[in-house]
Ligand binder design. Structure first.
Ligand code: ZN
Ligand code: FE
Length: 256
């Protein structure tokens, strides 16, 4: 099995667009094209021909380049059936648990509502790659624009059930700001402290902090740790259930 090639394209102020290329078949997908121009330029540079667009949700910084890329490449746009009306140019509508063929690979879809009601994530099991849009970030999670804390916790729990060595390709470079908050609600977490040092170093060299691994997130991301006593203590909710603690961590971050 040949591994998928994954390219990270930084666009706008802090978005990451991803290009996924299957060398066996030449299939090439773009995840969440916020804009088309830099995506086109990178495709030209790599000599890859776009065959698919995978959208995680309807926000413009995730679908803004859909129609221009479709016009240029006649590619197939895949998005959530639940949110089809808000995904520009959608061709194929997918649901929770559904799998589809991408070249020689299989991709599985998870519905992960919370940030938006129709948010989905794409998982390439053989390549240990998860494209989770604005649901799970390095040391953070998406704001709850269209969902309840219970829904988001349920969504994050689905992602946490994937293998620890899954690479988490999120859609924004928010890690440094997330870290500054994380340490306030998980102050005694040694793994978080050392990850913060690594993040500082990477950013000072202009390097991305994404992807991380799911294991790293489980160990250091406070939004995945509402069951940990350290986090419960820091937010004053020792012994409370995960949803209640998660909701409080999210509320504190919104006001940070
Ligand atoms: Zn968004
Ligand atoms: Fe976004």
């Amino acid at each position: 099995m040949t591994a998928l090639q994954i390219e990270q394209v930084p666009v706008l102020s802090d978005n990451y667009v991803y290009l996924i290329h299957d060398p066996e078949t030449g299939c090439c997908a773009c995840v969440d094209p916020a804009v088309s121009v830099p995506v086109n330029a990178r495709l030209d540079q790599l000599g890859w021909r776009l065959t698919h667009i995978l959208n995680t949700h309807h926000h413009n910084d995730h679908i803004g380049g859909n129609l221009e890329l479709k016009q240029a490449y006649d590619c197939e746009i895949i998005g959530a059936e639940n949110d089809a009306a808000r995904i520009a140019g959608i061709d194929s509508k997918v649901r929770d648990g559904q799998t589809f063929k991408f070249g020689s690979k299989t991709c599985k879809v998870f519905e992960v509502p919370g940030h938006t009601s129709g948010h989905i994530a794409y998982w390439f099991a053989e390549d240990k790659a998860l494209f989770c849009g604005d649901t799970l970030f390095a040391l953070g999670c998406g704001r709850l624009f269209e969902g309840s804390p219970a829904q988001m916790w349920d969504s994050l729990s689905k992602l946490m059930a994937l293998p620890d060595d899954t690479r988490v390709f999120c859609a924004h470079e928010y890690t440094q700001a997330n870290a500054a908050f994380a340490i306030t609600v998980d102050p005694d977490n040694a793994a978080l402290q050392s990850r913060m040092t690594e993040i500082e170093t990477l950013r000072s060299q202009g390097k991305p902090t994404v992807p991380s691994t799911l294991l790293q997130e489980k160990q250091t991301n406070p939004f995945l740790r509402p069951e940990e006593t350290g986090v419960q203590k820091a937010v004053g909710l020792v012994g409370e259930d995960a949803v209640r603690v998660f909701a409080e961590v999210r509320r504190l971050k919104d006001n940070f």
